[in-house]
Design a protein around this ligand. Sequence first.
Ligand code: KG4
Ligand code: ZN
Length: 349
Amino acid sequence: MDYDARAQQKLLSLMENKSCTLLAIETSCDETAAAVVKDGKTVLSNAVYSQVELHKKFGGVVPELASRSHVEKLTPTVNLALSEARLGFCDLDAVAVTARPGLVGALLTGVNYAKGLAYGLMLPLVGVDHILGHIAANYITSPELEPPFVCLAVSGGHSHLYLVESYTKLTLLGRTRDDAAGEAFDKVARVLGLGYPGGPALEALAAKGGEAGIVFPSQFNEGPGLDFSFSGLKTAVINYLLNAKQKGETPANEDIALAFEKNITSVLIHKTIAAAKLTASKKIALAGGVCANKRLRLGMAQAASEAGLNFFCPSFDLSTDNAAMIGAAGYFCLMDGRRDGLDLNASSK
Ligand code: KG4
Ligand code: ZN
């Protein structure tokens, strides 16, 4: 029997038993990650090798270096994930891999590795959307959560509001028209002289800030629509710094960071609650790297409780990029009968 027939036969038996021990791989950006996930919600291991040190001196991710580092670190990271799960390759039922969106060169390293593995083991392979993975991190942290719910997915490349209709079906309710929320955090962090990665550094600086009467405009996000726009906010921060310099003033960066953080998180919270009302949803969730931000998590939890909504959020370690979330999403794709062939390709979109 050829690969396709064997993989299809295995997929059908997994669907029948609703059970699957899956190896997941994530290499979409600057984290080389591998995890073993059982039945979509139980994480047996979650190994993450961060490339932060590699890219730090360049102030951001260098795609070519990211790909080369993934190639070096994939094998040890997969081996670590298997040994932490106390399993061998022969215990696996399927392979899931992030196939889109992300840096194409980086994605290709994981996709090719996963294809080789699936072929060598004659197992079903599934290419997973990174954002579906971030959303699925919620099912691991909160196994009781089931669709439908409204989810705000905020990462370095996304600020999207979705109605999560099923484990594999998303309907887009709103999106950023320019910068993503994480991108805005990173860019503002850079103008404030903070290093990469900017989001956590900006959050730490904002925690030292106080009320200094700095209020950045939010007219770009007013009105009933569910789309976001953050480039105007970024420009407002830059202009504020330039004006202060011209006047010979030296405002505290901590206060600017706090004013920025308050502005962006309140917009994200306001639009998410509005999306829940619009779709008559009773549950809201967060997803993506920016949901590691405490002001966003706590603010969203409070707004949800005031609006009578249930609130869900991935644990901190599952908020930023990891492979366990890809394993969770991959499981639900497989249970829907979806698998990819050995022609699976990576896509930036
Ligand atoms: O999901 P993620 O790890 O990678 C992408 O898919 O992009 O998200 C990374 C983004 C970066 O822009 C990073 O600055 C932001 O999430 N981020 C944060 C925090 N931790 C990560 N932004 C604000 N506060 C944080 N604590
Ligand atoms: Zn991500």
